[in-house]
Design a protein around this ligand. Structure first.
Ligand SMILES: C[S@@+](CC[C@H](N)C(=O)[O-])C[C@H]1O[C@@H](n2cnc3c(N)ncnc32)[C@H](O)[C@@H]1O
Length: 255
């Protein structure tokens, strides 16, 4: 995803790049199919009562909209918002300023296997939107196992992300449906097709413009990795245009 020129010039491990951050800050709400609906689904799925104290970790928070939604819906919750991009962390700091005292922002490298173990305290849920596809299959599988180890019993790992359709027909449908969603949202949110034109010109539709930075994995594989890691209630909660919200729950302690 993002500016192909920027990615060619960036060092290998910096492929997301600050120009991708800038574009996503401007247009992320339009480039993400049904962000509002995804947000509501995350809030329904978080295993907590409204007034409970718990910690949510937002993996790759971007401008922080998901952390903001959680902090608004759960007034006693705290959020740890992680991202590798200085521009994204700056934007998240601004958006999350009204929640000062309940939120911490930290830089992290998604590929660093040590980051989950470096988190302070216990974690009720890990949430992530459009980030984990930057890891390859074995890295995702290892991450799911590590996150299971860091969760409280009864906690959840909830992921919204692009996935790899199982057939060329599925890829074609994901490509067309994503394109149509962005065209629709460009008109509905911005009132014109400017954002849609940028989406097309800059090749953000990874189903039409595959890029080594994007490593989506098949959904059945990811559900199996969650299952193998020990998660229960593993399910797909929403899906549209190659984007899925899926996850599972760490079994509560019994006895
Ligand atoms: C598509 S944006 C999604 C942001 C946000 N979750 C949202 O839904 O708007 C991807 C985010 O992941 C971060 N990111 C991408 N690759 C990363 C990496 N290797 N390590 C840390 N953060 C990374 C980017 O900085 C960016 O904020």
């Amino acid at each position: 995803m993002g500016d192909a020129q920027d990615r060619r010039e960036a060092p290998a491990e910096e492929y997301w790049g600050e120009s991708a951050s800038a574009a996503f800050l401007d247009y992320g709400a339009i480039y993400t199919p049904e962000r509002e609906r995804i947000a509501r689904a995350f809030l329904d799925l978080i295993p907590a009562e409204r007034d409970e104290r718990f910690v949510a970790v937002d993996i790759g928070t971007g401008q922080g909209w998901l952390s903001a939604a959680i902090l608004r819906a759960f007034p006693a919750a705290r959020a740890l918002a992680l991202d590798g991009s200085p521009a994204m962390l700056d934007a998240a700091r601004r958006l999350l300023a009204p929640f000062a005292g309940r939120v911490e922002l930290h830089p992290f490298r998604l590929e660093d296997p040590a980051w989950p173990d470096a988190l302070p305290g216990s974690v009720r849920c890990f949430v992530s939107c459009l980030v984990i596809h930057h890891l390859d299959g074995p890295q995702k599988r290892a991450l799911y196992a590590r996150l299971h180890g860091r969760l409280e019993p009864g906690g959840a790992l909830l992921i919204a992300d692009v996935i790899a359709p199982a057939s060329a027909h599925g890829v074609r449908h994901a490509a067309r449906a994503w394109d149509a969603a962005v065209e629709r949202q460009s008109l509905a949110i911005a009132g014109d097709l400017g954002a849609y034109r940028k989406f097309v010109e800059e090749g953000w539709n990874l189903y039409e413009h595959p890029d080594p930075i994007d490593k989506p994995s098949p959904l059945p594989d990811q559900l199996r990795w969650l299952d193998e890691a020990g998660f229960a209630g593993v399910d797909v909660f929403w899906m549209q245009a190659g984007h899925a919200l899926f996850g599972g729950y760490k079994p509560a302690r019994t006895g």
